[in-house]
Design a binder for this molecule. Structure first.
Ligand code: NAP
Length: 254
């Protein structure tokens, strides 16, 4: 199916690895001109601009680069995000601010400086990579979970403030195999047991596995296209059924 994305211009943040890289790959397959923003240099072929999404000046510089080179921004994918663990009393203030600055303020800044260009163009789509932890939380993710709930709130605000010109949609993934997920597994069980841990997490999913970055990429490509023209202000969960499952066993019929 042709999504009609050829020659569109998209910014993807957090593009150098993981979900961001998966999104870039699929958008490129669809003929989109993709510009990656990340704090880390990419190790693959992409038009790249170094941007820390939590830094206003860097965000403005990056967006100016895109506008001067391509003249428009059709799609913004706010994907850059970091994770940390801890219940409220365990989270120090520095860590709280770091999570909020990247996961929430980063989405705000990127959107704030992209939206005027989309309004001028008369069209645009903003896709925010939130999480299943925007809808419910696992234990000891106070800062991360709060930040991902906020991303959903921000998505809804953008959706109602700028429709019908701009659509905003959140994507809520479950566990996706990325360097971030591997890091999380390592924190729990050490480097040598990463594979076992990811397999164990996967077994908790009705699909019996974790997801992969390209699966998020396909959803983002669809949401970016005019085929999704009535999808606005909502979140699309992509979690292999995780949040559908009530993890309680059922007795046999008597
Ligand atoms: P990842 O493997 O850590 O990749 C994220 C990329 O973003 C990295 O290249 C990272 O650089 C970069 N980055 C970090 N801080 C940045 C900043 N301030 N400005 C620009 N780039 C920055 O993460 P991922 O697993 O692909 O996750 C991507 C997004 O999906 C995040 O928002 C995450 O919360 C969300 N998500 C992930 C999962 C999952 O299971 N993987 C599930 C639900 C939601 P460094 O490596 O140098 O930090």
């Amino acid at each position: 199916m042709d999504l009609g994305l050829r020659n569109k211009v998209a910014i993807v943040t957090g593009s150098s690895q993981g979900i961001g890289k998966g999104i870039v790959n699929i958008l490129k397959q669809e003929g989109v001109n993709v510009i990656g923003f990340d704090i880390k240099e990419p190790t693959y072929d992409i038009d790249f601009f170094k941007v820390d999404v939590s830094k206003k000046d860097q965000v403005i510089n990056g967006i100016n680069y895109v506008i001067s080179k391509y003249g428009k921004i059709d799609i913004l994918v706010n994907n850059a995000g970091i994770e940390s663990y801890g219940a409220v009393h365990e989270v120090d203030e520095y860590e709280w601010d770091r999570i909020m600055n990247i996961n929430v303020k980063g989405v705000f800044l990127m959107s704030k400086y992209t939206i005027p260009h989309m309004l001028k163009q008369g069209k645009g789509v903003i896709i925010n990579i939130a999480s299943v932890q925007s809808l419910a939380v696992q234990k000891r993710v106070a800062a991360y979970g709060t930040s991902k709930h906020a991303v959903l709130g921000l998505t809804r605000s953008i959706a109602v403030d700028y429709a019908p010109v701009i659509r905003a949609v959140a994507v809520c993934p479950g566990s996706i195999r990325t360097p971030l997920l591997e890091w999380a597994a390592e924190q729990e069980v050490g480097k040598e047991h990463i594979e076992d841990k990811i397999k164990e997490w996967g077994a908790m999913y009705p699909m019996q596995r974790v997801g992969n970055p390209e699966e998020i990429g396909y959803l983002v490509a669809f949401l970016s296209s005019d085929l999704a023209s009535f999808i606005n202000g909502t979140c699309i969960t992509i979690d292999g059924g995780l949040t559908t499952l009530i993890p309680i066993s059922s007795p046999k019929n008597r």
